[in-house]
Design a protein around this ligand. Structure first.
Ligand SMILES: Cc1ncc(COP(=O)(O)O)c(C=O)c1O
Length: 425
């Protein structure tokens, strides 16, 4: 799917500002909003704009009282120290614009965190930038680096913002499919996705929506290909602390030859159950960070003055906080995965993130989108079809896959499991 290309207006003619047409059937090139919508698969071939599947499914859950395992946000508060620090920051009067790169305390805490967990050395004043969530970090990075006709490689299924942002930037989105049931990358396909037009490769690891974690050989191949084609690697590591079965996260920037061309993105939302605070950050070589800052300062300029010091407190919590977070979520993964299996789904193993993918084909449901619309009535549960994260409906064999979120209270998951058992009955 090509989503970019230069377009020159016919000499001396102006399009109708509302219809974007010239009155003779010809149209202007797609507007930026249209490229964003198409990139996120929200615009069909007749130009109709759809709402996101997440909004549709959450509304369905609210209407029917079904357990909402569609959207990936926790239903419990994060650590008390972090919440208290935000209250204290308001009381201390930190209610005005913070510095453009972020509050020094958070910049330091990000650098300390990267050293503590991964041995990465960063200059907090030059190589770290605080953003309005990981989303703004990704937006500012892609808008800063991607020009018309540049290609951006991502895995597929992909977090919908990637498609929207690549479209907005005028780039061409090239995807590499993850192959089920364990969602692995085919190295031949990864090689084939790169060309000399590849400007950026976005790597989401651990991965939403599949819960897969990349293996070392795949990470190394990403670095090799990025070097070969002189591309920038952008990593989305928002689930970095949500790995299971004793696995440890490996940031791509720690691999040989990667640091000089990698922008590492993360945020506090998932790690501290504060998705509404939208405190994110990126780190990388000074030159790349400065380019992204140039765009970021005209998007939001700054945000979250009172939440930044609170997230700094979170990043400095003892190791036990992070290990218990992963262990608690692993137990929830096990609970939901077992319940889905018992209900008759074929469940793909989730190694990280908030999500597990289950195949409804063994239950006789081959269209996950249709099943998800009926699931509240059939089993009192809401999930999201994997096709919402794929272009053109996704790869063959994926149409019966559903993503479920397990970042919910244990009793909520127990209720979901109990209700899902009705599917088998
Ligand atoms: C892969 C991925 N990246 C980024 C985000 C957004 O992060 P933030 O809320 O920090 O903007 C999400 C949220 O669901 C996500 O799943």
């Amino acid at each position: 799917m090509r989503t970019s290309g230069r377009w020159t207006a016919p000499a001396g003619r102006r399009p109708d500002p509302v219809t974007a047409g010239y009155g003779d059937g010809t149209m202007t090139a797609p507007a930026p909003w249209e490229r964003a919508a198409r990139g996120a698969m929200l615009l069909d071939d007749h130009g109709r704009l759809a709402t996101t599947i997440f909004a549709e499914m959450s509304a369905l859950a609210a209407r029917t009282g079904a357990v909402n395992l569609g959207q990936g946000f926790p239903d419990e508060d994060g650590p008390a120290e972090v919440l208290a620090a935000a209250h204290a920051a308001i009381d201390a009067g930190l209610n005005q614009y913070p510095p453009g790169r972020g509050t020094p305390g958070l910049l330091d805490a990000v650098a300390e965190h990267q050293r503590r967990f991964y041995g990465i050395e960063l200059d907090p004043a030059r190589e770290v930038l605080v953003t309005a969530g990981a989303t703004e970090a990704l937006a500012a990075t892609l808008l800063a680096l991607v020009d018309d006709g540049d290609e951006v490689v991502t895995l597929e299924p992909f977090y919908d913002a990637y498609g929207a942002l690549v479209g907005l930037a005028g780039g061409t989105h090239v995807t590499v499919r993850l192959h089920g049931p364990d969602f692995r990358v085919d190295h031949g396909e990864l090689r084939a996705a790169f060309s000399d037009r590849t400007r950026v490769v976005v790597v989401n690891d651990p991965h939403n929506p599949t819960g897969t974690v990349l293996d070392d050989a795949t990470r190394r191949l990403v670095v090799e290909l990025a070097r070969l084609h002189d591309a920038v690697i952008v990593t989305d590591e928002v689930y970095e602390h949500l790995l299971f079965d004793g696995a440890r996260h490996v940031p791509i920037s720690t691999l040989p030859g990667a640091a000089e061309r990698t922008i590492t993105v993360s945020s506090g939302g998932k790690t501290f159950a504060t998705t509404g605070w939208k405190v994110g950050w990126l780190s990388g070589p000074e030159e790349l960070v400065s380019r992204v800052l140039t765009v970021k300062q005209y998007l939001t300029y700054v945000n979250a003055s009172v939440f930044q010091p609170a997230i700094a407190v979170g990043l400095r919590l003892p190791d036990e906080y992070f290990s218990q977070l992963a262990a608690g979520l692993q137990a929830k993964r096990d609970l939901l995965s077992a319940g889905l299996e018992a209900a008759g789904f074929a469940v793909s193993p989730s190694h990280g993130s908030y999500f597990v993918v289950a195949d409804a084909a063994p239950l006789g449901h081959h269209d996950a989108a249709e099943l998800c619309r009926r699931l509240p009535e059939l089993a009192g549960v809401v999930g999201v079809p994997l096709s919402a994260f794929c272009r053109d409906g996704g790869a063959p064999g994926t149409s019966s896959l559903v993503r479920f979120a397990f970042c919910k209270k244990t009793e909520v998951l127990e209720r979901a499991v109990e209700q899902l058992a009705r599917l088998r009955a």
